[in-house]
Design a protein around this ligand. Structure first.
Ligand code: GAL
Length: 428
């Protein structure tokens, strides 16, 4: 009886093996392959850029199932929350988006991402990515992510038609000129500035620009090496300027950035917009034309700077499908990948051999600026300067000030919150 059972079991095993062997090895492996990619690029110009890379990836990896796990909105504030809980639950995606700089360092310090130095050697990226940028992806001699782009944060946008109505003939070069022009917009019936209050970060993004204008490059960089105190006179001036500028904003405090941008270019109810250059690709995805429907200049007082940020992709520890992730990372660093992604995303390629002809007039002007301007001031809100703990505290300090109506009388408690935010970052 026992023997019979064993024989039966053996027959069953052999037939499973035989059935199994009728599936070609390549196909068998294919069914197990899948890439889950985690970003906050869910719609508009952001998704248009990502989608170009998805199309290429699918072409290059036809047997890999593609899972787009984007969490929409708020420049990643929502996505980062979800990512934290997934990492804590040991459920990482195969790759996730991280900004170059201190933000990436947060993941490295937490032991959540893997060393990718070997890919740089293998793909020759050390020769085609700027050395300065690679430095911001390196911790302890190891490189931890693959950058797909360079964005510019310090851009002022407006509609030439609205500016003409308000009698504004050139871009404001200083914070003082900015305030004068905000008043001109207001007198002509516009909200002076479009504000995206959803998630605090866009107001903090505006504050980044004011800090740079008021402190200068060295003073701004000094905020992160202890040389500039967060309650110094320069920061107090910036806080007062923020209070003055916010007073010209729209009353709704809950718009996401594409809606705020639409107030300037589509509805034409607001005058200026201070936003990174992803605004341009968003408007293009809605059918508007750079140089016609919208114009741009450096944010007031920051024309010597290219306040940069870079989106990069990581290989998390415990990524379920490492090979699928590495194929994605190779695409991110490739010329084909970067020149497909960036013209739609509204950013410039990291690679120095990128083909400028594929890019629109705004991006071609950005490329020229990238080569000639000072890049030592990176974006605070988008990860370059301070770690994740600092960024969360900084955004909420600015958000608290804004939600309270940003009164001039509230600047001293705002400065206290900024000092505390810096301490939080230092302690992390
Ligand atoms: C930034 C990101 C950009 C863009 C923007 C708005 O943090 O680096 O690529 O997505 O948020 O969502």
């Amino acid at each position: 009886m026992l023997l019979k059972k064993t024989k039966l079991a053996l027959v069953a095993l052999v037939s499973v093996a035989l059935i199994g062997s009728t599936v070609p090895a390549s196909q068998a492996a294919a069914t197990n392959k899948q890439l889950e990619i985690f970003t906050w690029w869910a719609s508009g110009g952001e998704f248009a850029g990502l989608n170009e890379m998805i199309k290429l990836y699918k072409k290059q990896n036809p047997n890999t199932k593609f899972i787009n796990a984007a969490v929409a909105g708020a420049a990643g504030t929502n996505a980062k929350g979800v990512l934290v809980s997934r990492m804590q639950a040991n459920n990482p995606p195969d790759t996730f988006q991280s900004h170059a700089g201190a933000e990436l360092t947060s993941y490295v310090k937490a032991g959540q991402v893997q060393d990718l130095t070997f890919l740089y050697k293998q793909e020759g990226w050390d020769k085609v990515f700027p050395a300065g940028l690679i430095k911001t992806l390196t911790v302890g001699g190891k490189i931890y992510s693959v950058p797909v782009n360079i964005h510019r944060a310090n851009v002022l946008w407006w509609s030439p038609a609205s500016a003409a109505k308000a009698g504004i003939t050139s871009a404001p070069a200083t914070i003082a000129e900015f305030k004068t022009d905000l008043a001109k917009f207001k007198a002509a019936g516009f909200d002076g500035i479009a504000l995206a209050g959803n998630g605090d970060w866009a107001i903090a993004h505006l504050f980044d620009q004011i800090l740079l204008a008021d402190l200068g490059t060295a003073g701004y960089v000094g905020l992160f090496n202890g040389k500039t105190k967060w309650d110094s006179a320069g920061v107090a001036t910036a806080a007062k300027d923020l209070s003055d500028i916010l007073a010209y904003g729209n009353s709704s405090k809950t718009l996401d950035w594409p809606d705020a941008g639409d107030m300037v270019v589509k509805a034409k109810t607001a005058g200026f917009f201070v936003m990174g250059d992803w605004a341009s690709s968003q408007w293009e995805s809605e059918g508007f034309k750079p140089g016609v429907d919208y114009a741009w200049a450096a944010a007031p007082g920051t024309s010597k700077n290219y306040m940069w940020l870079s989106d990069s992709f990581t290989l998390p520890k415990g990524a379920p499908d490492k090979d699928a992730a590495i194929a994605w990372l190779k695409l991110c660093g490739s010329l084909a990948g970067q020149d497909a992604f960036n013209p739609k995303k509204g950013s410039i390629a990291v690679r120095t051999d990128s083909n400028a002809k594929l890019y629109d007039s705004y991006l071609q002007s950005a490329m020229k600026d990238w080569h000639k301007l000072d890049t030592s001031a990176g974006s605070i809100v988008h990860g370059v300067m301070g770690n994740n703990a600092f960024m969360a505290a900084y955004d909420s300090a600015v958000g608290k000030f804004y939600q309270a109506g940003a009164p001039a009388s509230g600047t001293s408690s705002f400065l206290k919150d900024l000092v505390a935010a810096y301490a939080t970052g230092q302690a992390a």
